[in-house]
Design a protein around this ligand. Sequence first.
Ligand code: MRU
Length: 350
Amino acid sequence: MDWHIRFNDAEDRLELLDQRTLPVREDWFHCTDTASTIYALQTMVVRGAPAIGVTAAYGCWLAAREALATAGPGEADWRPCLEALLADLENARPTAVNLAWAVRRMRAAWEPGQDIEALCASWLALARDIHEEDKRFCRRLGAVGAEVIDDGDTVMTHCNAGALATADYGTALGVIRGAWDAGKRNIRVIANETRPFLQGARLTAWELAKDGIPVRVACDNACALLMKKGLVQKVVVGADRIAANGDAANKIGTLGVAILARHFGVPFYVAAPLSTIDPDTPDGDAIPIEDRTPREVTHVGATQIVPDGVEVYNMAFDPTPAELIAGIVTEVGILRPPYGESIAAALAGR
Ligand code: MRU
């Protein structure tokens, strides 16, 4: 079911369930060219590393169509135009490596001398493949990861690494769904609210409640007390980029959750497809961290909560060191320390 990312054949456009207005409204946003696709990525109409990758794959097709329409059918005309559009698309957001991964994969299918119509046809087919593949990988990852959850566990998660952040099913929420689908019906979820964009409160709670999986939202700063009281048995989060040594960048606040989990003896897992692993990034310090607009911090919705003129921080991600991670759940199995070795072996077998 293409329920939040769908390609509309009749209208030649990509349609996205607008995650900015969930859970209050279910609006749809239409991407018809590169600019609207970049806008959707940057303003978080669509967000979450694998979903960003799927969107970027369709975005390449939209870019090729745009290059043909604006520059003309001669390769000398459309090629430089397409190259420029792809560069803009690839740089829309810096941290989630799935964006560059998807554009690189589309480029690799671009045959020398191919005319633009043939390129468009093969790119649309490949974008659809990437979309379907992500659904399969999330299901597999969920089935693999189900073993780390015991029936009766309360699982904390941070941000939204669910169906909305992927093509379907999710990564961290895929592990929870995998356990639920395996019959572990006494599990509960704590969704950290995840300031400033509130992906936990708005999106994780929305999709788990829809599925009937018990979920409670907690303020981000309740994490320490919840763990101290023994109310959390596992933590499972997603990732935007996993470095070659296993350090994993995820939504800002994840590092604090991981440090607290270590302090209170709660196993901390990362769940992500292999497309989120970047072998070219040696460690977490080398992962680029997105700096987003101050307005996300100074305002909640339309309401200003920070005095005029006061500066804020809005770094959107933080890297969790590999030594705090009990396992990395992927579609090919659970990777364990030492991650340098287990990651290299998993990528070699891809
Ligand atoms: O800024 P966002 O909402 O794109 O950040 C998303 C996250 O940090 C997710 O946890 C991550 O992308 C994993 S998605 C399966």
